[in-house]
Design a protein around this ligand. Structure first.
Ligand code: ACO
Length: 349
């Protein structure tokens, strides 16, 4: 009998503190007008100094387990997608395994902003080959700790957060229907943290030069992203035997509203089928897609039988897309509407 991978639980968590465009205006030479028109971002959530990836991932994971109606001990595997782990080692997944009372394997993986879709596809393999029943998949980032708040080209973009799903084996047709994963490692320096790895261990000189912070060639990443988002989504749809017109909701990586709009146009999608929450969170990297999924569900945009398209791109360069036929019962089909018009006014809580 076939084994399908269904999303049976979902959860999210963002830190309380917000960093608004007005706050950033006081930190670097920028303006609310520039950030809003170039990116769509109004505010992002950022951790306190004593908060880590684990602290964001744990409540998201607990919520996902609760919604799936299972406990930590029922998990077969935990996969955490992150580039802002608690320690170089052990993995954040290890810490979560203990905190959740799970008795299973646990590991971190990274594909930068694409990490969650890589992790979900990996989880699917364990389910499809019969070696896992319930896999907890988490995307979590605390990029505020590796962003240079004197570099206006990057510091306005990123925020912190966590999103989690439980992917469960199911006999009911549906769940993850198709996906694609991509990588082009020709130019890692387009978006990277130069120091702190084995290529360039951190030194006092490196610290002085700020080589521990994110460096990005924004224009090149932008060009790549506008190209790859649409093509990756089309590829995953084709792998599922579908076209863009079959998608009920498009949940793209939330990196830049202009990139999302370009991908949506390429796919021929009307605005009401495109989920956007970048205005509230900025780019939360590996957490962006699962956070968007959670909010789409909470807003009643996801219903049994709905086909969801998810796509992400990130450092590497990497990209991935997935098509999920929703099977869990969450809400009745609502009247179509664009998920979240950009109306948020920034404030620091
Ligand atoms: N405020 C004001 N001006 C700014 C700011 C800012 N925050 N940032 C850059 N500028 C200036 C630049 O210095 C430049 O000025 P100049 O012409 O005098 O040199 C001008 O604005 C235009 O700069 P561009 O880079 O051309 O601006 P662009 O319209 O491309 O927008 C942006 C920049 C938002 C960074 C865009 O390139 C982008 O979104 N790129 C993709 C980035 C991305 O998504 N990265 C995450 C990938 S996911 C992951 O793995 C983490």
């Amino acid at each position: 009998m076939s084994r399908y991978s269904a999303i049976t639980g979902w959860g999210m968590h963002v830190p309380e503190q917000t960093l608004t465009n007005a706050d950033l205006e006081r930190m670097v030479e920028t303006s609310d007008e520039w950030i809003t028109t170039r990116t769509g971002i109004k505010e992002r959530h950022v951790v306190r100094p004593d908060e880590s990836a684990f602290d964001l991932a744990l409540p998201a994971a607990r919520q996902a387990l609760e919604r799936a109606g299972i406990e930590g001990k029922d998990l077969s595997l935990i996969i955490v997608a992150t580039v802002s782990y608690d320690y170089r080692f052990p993995s954040t997944a290890n810490l979560l395994q203990h905190a959740l009372g799970a008795q299973c394997g646990a590991f971190d993986m990274q594909a930068a902003c694409t990490g969650f879709l890589y992790a979900m596809s990996t989880a699917h393999q364990f389910i499809a080959n019969g070696s896992a029943r319930h896999v907890l998949v988490i995307g979590v980032e605390v990029l505020s700790k590796v962003v240079d708040y004197t570099d206006r080209g990057t510091c306005v973009l990123f925020g912190d957060g966590a999103g989690a799903i439980v992917l469960s084996a199911s006999e009911q047709p549906g769940g993850l229907l198709g996906y694609t994963l991509g990588s082009d490692g020709a130019n890692p320096e387009l978006l990277y943290i130069p120091a702190g790895g084995s290529r360039e261990p951190l030194t006092e000189e490196g610290l002085r030069e700020g080589r521990q912070w994110v460096k990005m060639n924004g224009a090149e990443v932008f060009k790549f992203a506008t190209r790859v988002m649409g093509t990756a989504m089309e590829e995953a749809l084709a792998n599922a035997g579908m076209t863009a017109q079959d998608m009920d909701l498009f949940i793209p990586h939330q990196a830049n509203l202009r990139i999302i709009d370009a991908a949506s146009r390429r796919l021929g999608l009307p605005q009401e089928k495109v989920f956007v929450n970048i205005q509230k969170y900025g780019n939360t990297s590996a957490a962006a897609v699962p956070i968007a999924l959670c909010e789409a569900i909470d807003q009643g945009l996801v219903y049994p039988g709905a086909h969801l398209g998810m796509v992400a791109f990130g450092a590497g360069l990497t990209w991935a897309a997935a098509v999920v036929k929703w099977t869990a019962s969450v809400a009745t089909k609502p009247t179509a509407r664009r998920a979240t018009p950009i109306t948020v006014t920034g404030r620091r809580s």
